[in-house]
Design a protein around this ligand. Sequence first.
Ligand code: HEM
Length: 399
Amino acid sequence: MSTAETARTCPVHNFNHMEEMPYGEKIARYDRLRDEAPVIRNDFANGHYIVTRYEDILSVYQDAETFSNSAVTVFVPEPTYKWIPEMLDGDEHLQWRRQLGPQFSPKAVERLEEKVRDRAVALIESIAERGSCDFMQDFAFQFPSFIFLELMGLPFAHLDRFMEWEHAILHPSASDADALTREREQAMVAVNEYFAEVIADRRANPGDDLISNAIAFQVDGKPVSDEDMGSFCLLMFMAGLDTVSATLGISFYHLATHQEDRQRLVDDPDLIPTAIEEFIRAYAIVLPARKAMRDTEIAGCPIKAGEMISVPLNLATRDESVYEDAKDVKIDRTPNNHIGFGAGPHRCLGSHLARRELKIAMEEWHKRIPNYRLAPGGAPTESGAQLGPNGGVLLEWDV
Ligand code: HEM
């Protein structure tokens, strides 16, 4: 752990990172925290620490024995739920990862390519003639949800209820921490009830989908219980939907407000994969947390066992000491060795799929709607458990 700064105390703030604000203000707030000190105490709700610099953030991710995944939401140090595999530690986590790996390999993702591309084309063609859209509602929420349903072997007709649950869990509207937690937990119960029925059905009639495949896994030599299957489905739902939606929203908001970058991608689509990496770096959305398992220190700041630690990825990926002009978005940045998908044992399992979804969306969109701009009043707001727009991003173009 870096001890470049050895202050025994750290600055104290009090803010709710879930509150709604104009898009961009949260990232700016986090940037200021990094400039202020390597560790910040946030007294909001039950209180937690925020680690602000790349090296220390990476050390926390890599030291899974000291910093446990058994609680990954700063407001909830003693969760009554478990998301599998994200909230597992040690050997149990490793066993799940080993069996899940092939389900998310580049080869497995390749097999989804045609369906994913067809869906993107159908959605974009339904929008193109309109000359304007609410990008989040009309495209960014629907496209990844379709892929999630496909992966899990669930009917597309269930899209609307998934989108409702997704908002309650990841963008709850309640204003105090207890009400936020209640709103999220109620939605998680509803998701669990839904999946309990699906799991029972797949045990009886297995198909060729992720749920059926996971039912065949073994952990400690035993089949996975219904409860753990439910926890796995819940995590898949949390991990696969909102992350891609938010990244799409941020990327298209950037392109609509930086017309030279948009035109470069239209003229040279080969630049799309490099641009995607840069959006994932510069606007890293996920705000993971860990729980300290023993008394320790980070950058000289003492941390007691049981304390929650926030390790926001955007604080690492926008750190000027690691990335040149870190706050500038350069869509041709190479090399770009970022940690926007996390680091350590819990690094994102779905990164190949996410990259593929983003690439297909950008390729097909720019073929059909190359000249779009932000519509008047179209700037988004953001709120919720991760960064990124959850509404707004109104686009318009000439037809
Ligand atoms: C741009 C889109 C995405 C981003 C930025 C992203 C980011 C992340 C991050 C940062 C983590 C680590 C969280 C932690 O350290 O606590 C993670 C974990 C995970 N992600 Fe993603 N993710 C994305 C898309 C996806 C997709 C599409 C899937 C699957 C459908 C997925 C599946 C997972 C799973 C299963 C984990 C848990 C891994 C573990 O605990 O071992 N992700 N993701």
